[in-house]
Write a protein that binds this ligand. Structure first.
Ligand SMILES: C[S@@+](CC[C@H](N)C(=O)[O-])C[C@H]1O[C@@H](n2cnc3c(N)ncnc32)[C@H](O)[C@@H]1O
Length: 373
């Protein structure tokens, strides 16, 4: 596939070596191997999509494996405890009040995973304001049928499950997604011999997964060191466009780890940000354990902001999670909170835990009072 074999040393150095030989053959590996045998090398983005979202063997499609939790492969702000959901419920309540306490208000959550955040938000809303609870319908958009079954079993009639955002049309509401953008498949690029290449996934002589490449133009300059590896962004316009039609007026809230474009593509960031999470460690190789480890990359927030703005959303200043949640928590903090919740709050805002690496990006649609801070 490549015109002239590119030097993949940069790629090899960007990810840990030696490769780990898994004793068990993951279920997904034969599927990917068969596809490469039939079609030739595949893009990394397609490989990542298969690893995470293959409907049967993808990492997120296996409802029985414990992935997001202290006992699983990695934790999120949701795993810290119910306070995260409570603070977001307070934020949404403020938005609801400022916009006339509408009698019908929908929350659309993406990436609800096992339904923990939805459960935390719904319990908090009941206590914060029963009339807000009464007006609320909680909708989860989940494309994977196996995940929808998990959510249905856990949350039952408390939520409405849909498989695509196109199924939702409402007057006013809020969209909410924690750590979803970092889980969208990304292309992988590297710079070698004054030329950009896209990393492809191929087979070696023993049918093990290995790197191949093809020339590419990721839209970056030529001023990068030999062997520089980085990821491209997902097509955010394509991803976000259907979400802009769900509500006539809305608040959209994206929380995730990421960087602005300049920092993400800084020449000193020579190995990019692609990581694999497995058993609370992030140093596995992306071609090992297909479907059995998480693959993730930092979100290019500049690209998200640009795509949102082109889609007609109003973009508000992004802030780190520490500052954002402290604003959301203001009234709660003044009410002498429970020490257990204070401890969760510290984890969520501490600079070395979730406070500085994570950002909250709010967008609005229509003429709304954002009511923030
Ligand atoms: C890192 S997990 C985050 C889970 C949860 N939000 C949390 O914070 O604990 C990413 C989730 O995003 C989901 N996801 C990815 N693409 C999605 C899409 N287009 N629509 C809805 N969920 C999606 C994945 O299935 C997975 O459950």
């Amino acid at each position: 596939m490549s015109q002239k074999p590119a030097d993949t040393t940069g790629l090899q150095q960007a990810f840990s070596y030696p490769r780990i030989v898994s004793e068990a053959t993951p279920d997904l590996a034969p599927v990917i191997i068969a596809e490469i045998k039939e079609k030739g090398p595949i893009s990394f983005s397609h490989y990542m999509a298969q690893c995470l979202y293959h409907p049967k063997f993808g990492y997120y499609a296996r409802p029985k494996s414990v992935t997001v939790s202290k006992e699983g492969d990695f934790i999120t702000s949701v795993s810290v405890g119910p306070l995260f959901g409570k603070l977001l419920a307070l934020r949404l309540h403020r938005f609801w009040l400022a916009n006339g306490s509408p009698s019908s208000f929908s929350i659309l959550e993406l990436g609800a995973h096992d339904g923990s955040l939805a459960g935390d938000i719904l319990s908090a809303v009941e206590k914060i304001d029963p009339s807000f609870a009464k007006s609320l319908s909680y909708v989860i958009s989940e494309p994977l049928p196996s995940r929808r079954s998990v959510l249905e079993a856990k949350l039952g009639e408390k939520v409405t499950l849909i498989s695509h955002p196109d199924e939702l049309r409402c007057k006013i509401g809020a969209l909410l997604a924690n750590e979803v953008l970092d889980a969208l498949p990304v292309p992988l690029f590297f710079f070698s011999q004054n030329q950009w290449h896209e990393a492809l996934v191929a087979l070696d002589e023993n049918d093990a997964l290995t790197w191949d490449s093809r020339r590419a133009d990721p839209g970056l300059s030529q001023n990068y060191p030999e062997g520089y590896v980085t990821e491209g962004s997902p097509d955010f316009t394509e991803f976000l466009a259907p979400l802009t039609h769900c509500f006539q007026s809305a608040l959209h809230l994206w929380i995730d780890y990421g960087l602005d474009q300049e920092s993400l593509y800084h020449p000193a960031r020579t190995a990019g940000t692609l990581r694999c999470y497995r058993k609370q460690r992030s140093n596995a190789h992306p071609l090992d354990f297909p479907g059995e480890q998480d693959l993730t990359a930092d979100v290019n927030f500049t690209a998200v902001e640009n795509a949102s703005s082109e889609l007609g959303l109003q973009v508000h200043p992004i802030m780190n999670q520490s500052r954002y949640l402290t604003y959301c928590a203001k009234d709660w903090l003044l009410k002498n909170p429970d020490p257990k919740e204070i401890s969760q709050f510290q984890t969520l805002i501490h600079p070395s835990q979730f406070g500085n690496r994570f950002y909250a990006l709010e967008l609005t649609k229509g003429t709304v009072d954002r009511a923030f801070p």
